[in-house]
Design a protein around this ligand. Sequence first.
Ligand code: IMP
Length: 201
Amino acid sequence: MNTPHNPRPQLVCASANPDKVAEIEFILRDVVDLVARPADVPDVVEDADTLEGNARLKAVAICEATGVPAVADDTGLEVLALDGAPGVYSARWAGEGCSYADNRNKLLAELGGETDRRAVFRTSVLVRWPDGRELVVDGVCPGTIALADRGEGGFGYDAVFVPDEGDGRSFAEMAEADKHAISHRGRAFRNLLDALSAAGE
Ligand code: IMP
């Protein structure tokens, strides 16, 4: 795939979440041609019990529908004082059809005045080729959960997540490039680029 005639690998992005697709495009823009998933392929039910399992469900569905390599990511926020919740259930933690704000409010309510607010964002990325080959990488970002929403940027739990390697701002208070430099997704996709290059793709 990565030849002098076609120097940029082409991957179909299996994610249907526009916030995540925008981030993935931003992170990969210099190296990979990311193709949007076909609109007529139905969303898969993400019912695996691991991030990698859900990433595989999405990548396999899109790879089979398009016949070209597909990339999928699945992300979870693991809060230590909540025994790792919401983890793989991060998307619909506050209930079916819930908003990002509903999830953040549930998180703040469940933590209450808890002083141990440590948490980890974890992303699993999986590429699936039509011949069945797979590449799996991950990325983590440790941090703490803020006492209330802070910032207007980002999406999901960004307004309550303060990364350890930052300067005290929540992800939602950071410029996009600053978030990706230390985020779970930034790390996972940079690991993917290294793995693709090592595999000669
Ligand atoms: P998904 O299953 O990978 O789509 O992610 C599950 C949920 O985690 C999303 O619906 C968001 O609420 C949240 N999430 C994923 N990535 C991020 C992120 O980078 N920042 C904040 N929240 C995120």
